[in-house]
Ligand binder design. Structure first.
Ligand code: HEM
Length: 477
C-alpha cells in the first residue's frame, strides 16, 4: 500500500507540476516523468520534429523529461520569433556540461564578447577581401600536400577538408597555420573530434538534465570534461607565447586583440573567457564549413551534369591561369546557386542552436513563459513546401531567376536569423565560395568504379554525410 501511495503521489505531483497550462502551445501527450522523450526518433530528430508540425501546427510543445520545449516550424513562425520578436527570444540555455563562459552566453557577457569577436574578426577580413589570399594559400597546401597524392585513387575527403578549414581558424586566432603532419595539430584535431562527439553523447545530455547525480557517476561525460581541459591547455600555451611577444602597436590576431582588451577593459574580458571563446570559434567554425564542403562533393558526384556546368562556368569566367576571387561571385551565378542549394539540402545545423525565452511572450496566439527552451526548426524552413518549388530535390534553380541571375529567397536561413545569427556567416560564405570554386577549377570528382553515391546522413553535432570515398581527377596537368 505504501509503494502504491508513493507511486500515485509521484505521478500526481508530476502531473500538477508539468501539465500544459492554458494558452501554452499544444503537442503530443506527455508520459509521466519522461514526457515526450520517446515521441521522437533520435536518429532523425529534425525530421520527427518537422512531421509533428503536420499534426500540431507551426508552434507546438514537447516535454523533454522535466523541461518544456517549444518547437518553431516554417519560415513565418521562425522569423516572427527570432526577428520580429527577437528581443524576447535572444537568450540561450547554457549547457551545464560545458559550463560555457565564452560566446555561447547571455546578457552583458554575451553582448560584449559577441561585439568584440565580430569587430576583431572583421578587422582580419571576416567577409572582407583581406582573408582571400589566406584561404587561397591554404588551398594550395591542401592541393600540394594532400590532394595531389590522392590523384586517381579513392580517398575519404573528411580529414583533408577538416584540416584545411581548421587551419583558417588557427590563422585567425593563433596568427599561424600548422603543417598537416604537425603532431600538435594532429592532437588538436583529434581532441576537437572527440569533444564534439562526447558533447552530444547520451551521457552528456543526462548530465545537463541531472547534474547533481551525474557529477558523481563515471561515464563519457567525465571524459568530455578532461578533453575540454586538454584543449584549454593547448590554448593556454598559445596565450603564454602571445604574452611574451605581445606588442600593443602590432596586434596580430584574435588572441593579441583579446589580451589588449583585458588590459584596457575590466568588464567581462578575462583569460578564462578567452579560452572558451576560442573553443567556441573552433567548435562552431570548423566542422560546419567542412561538413558543407563534404556535402558539396557528394552532390557533385551524384549530379555529374551539374558539376560539368559549374566547371564550364568557372572555365569561361576565370579560366585556368589564375585562382578564383570573391569578386568573381557576381559573374558565376550558376556556381553560386549550386553552393546555396548544397547548403539548403545539406541542412547541416538542422535545429539551429537552442534559444530560451527571457520573458513571458505571446507568439501567434500562444503564451510562452520565461525560461522555456525554444528550438527553431531550420529543417522545416529550408524544406518548407510554402517557400520552395521542389523542396526535396536538389535544384540550383531555387536560386536563379528567369534570366539566370542569382537570387536569394528569404527562406534561405541555414545560418539562422535575428540577434543570434551565426557569427561566422561571412567567413563561412567566403570559405565555401573560394574552396568550392578552387576544387571545381582543378578537379573532377567521381565515385570509385562500381560505387554509387549515397546521400545518407549522420545526426550528430552537424548533419553530416556518412563517410564516403571519392576520386579526384586533376582537370589539367
Ligand atoms: C551560431 C550555422 C559557420 C561561429 C550558429 C547558428 C547556426 C550556425 C544555425 C545558431 C544561430 C541561432 O542560434 O539562431 C552555421 C553554418 C556554418 C557556420 C551553417 C557554415 C556553413 C561558422 C563559422 C564560425 C561560426 C565559420 C566562426 C568562425 C558561430 C558562433 C555562433 C554560431 C560563435 C554562436 C553565436 C551566438 O550565440 O551569438 N551558426 N555556422 N559559425 N556560429 Fe555558425
Amino acid at each position: 500500500a505504501l509503494l502504491l501511495f508513493i507511486v500515485v503521489f509521484i505521478l500526481t505531483a508530476d502531473y500538477i507540476k508539468n501539465r500544459r497550462l492554458t494558452g501554452f502551445p499544444p503537442g503530443p501527450t506527455a508520459l509521466p516523468i519522461v514526457g515526450n522523450i520517446f515521441t521522437l526518433d533520435h536518429k532523425r530528430t529534425h525530421e520527427s520534429m518537422t512531421e509533428l508540425a503536420g499534426t500540431y501546427g507551426d508552434v507546438y510543445s514537447l516535454r523533454m523529461g522535466q523541461r518544456w520545449v517549444v518547437v518553431l516550424n516554417g519560415f513565418e513562425a521562425v522569423t516572427q520569433a527570432l526577428v520580429t520578436q527577437g528581443d524576447s527570444f535572444s537568450d540561450r540555455p547554457i549547457p551545464l556540461i560545458t559550463n560555457t563562459y565564452g560566446l555561447i552566453n547571455n546578457g552583458n557577457t554575451w553582448k560584449q564578447q559577441r561585439r568584440f569577436a565580430l569587430s576583431t574578426l572583421k578587422y582580419f577580413g571576416f567577409g572582407k577581401k583581406s582573408l582571400e589570399p589566406v584561404i587561397l594559400e591554404e588551398f594550395t597546401y591542401t592541393f600540394s600536400s594532400s590532394l595531389s597524392q590522392c590523384a586517381g585513387k579513392p580517398f575519404n575527403p573528411h580529414l583533408i577538408v577538416n584540416n584545411t578549414v581548421a587551419n583558417i581558424i588557427c590563422l585567425l586566432v593563433f596568427g599561424h597555420r600548422f603543417e598537416y603532419s604537425d603532431e600538435q595539430f594532429k592532437k588538436l584535431m583529434k581532441l576537437f573530434e572527440q569533444g564534439t562527439q562526447l558533447e552530444v553523447s547520451v551521457s552528456a545530455q543526462l548530465y545537463n538534465a541531472f547534474p547533481q547525480l551525474m557529477r558523481r557517476l563515471p561515464g563519457p561525460h567525465q571524459k568530455f570534461k578532461r578533453v575540454i581541459e586538454e584543449l584549454k591547455d593547448f590554448i593556454r600555451t598559445e596565450v603564454k607565447d602571445h604574452k611574451q611577444k605581445w606588442d600593443p602597436s602590432d596586434l596580430r590576431d584574435y588572441i593579441d586583440y583579446y589580451l589588449n582588451e583585458i588590459q584596457t577593459d575590466d568588464s567581462t574580458f578575462d583569460e578564462e573567457c578567452l579560452f572558451m571563446s576560442v573553443l567556441d570559434l573552433f567548435g562552431a567554425g570548423s566542422e560546419t564549413t567542412s561538413t558543407t564542403l563534404r556535402w558539396a562533393f557528394l552532390y557533385m558526384v551524384k549530379y555529374p551534369e551539374i558539376q560539368e556546368r559549374v566547371q564550364a562556368e568557372i572555365d569561361s569566367v576565370i579560366g585556368q591561369s589564375r585562382p578564383p576571387s570573391v569578386d568573381d561571385r557576381a559573374d558565376l551565378p550558376y556556381t553560386d546557386a549550386v553552393i546555396h542549394e548544397v547548403q539548403r539540402m545539406g541542412n547541416i545545423v538542422p535545429l539551429s542552436l537552442p534559444h530560451v525565452t527571457n520573458r513571458d511572450v505571446h507568439l501567434r496566439g500562444y503564451t510562452i513563459p520565461k525560461g522555456v527552451t525554444i528550438i527553431p526548426n531550420l529543417t522545416s524552413v529550408l524544406f518548407d513546401k510554402r517557400e520552395w518549388k521542389t523542396p526535396f530535390t536538389f535544384n540550383p534553380g531555387h536560386f536563379l531567376n528567369e534570366e539566370g541571375k542569382f537570387v536569394k529567397p528569404a527562406a534561405f536561413i541555414p545560418f539562422s536569423a535575428g540577434k543570434r545569427l551565426c557569427l561566422g556567416e561571412n567567413l563561412a560564405r567566403m570559405e565555401l565560395f573560394l574552396f568550392f570554386t578552387s576544387f571545381m577549377q582543378r578537379f573532377t570528382f567521381s565515385m570509385p568504379p562500381g560505387v554509387k553515391p549515397v546521400l545518407d546522413y549522420r545526426f550528430g553535432v552537424t548533419l553530416s554525410p556518412v563517410h564516403y570515398e571519392i576520386c579526384a581527377k586533376p582537370r589539367h596537368e
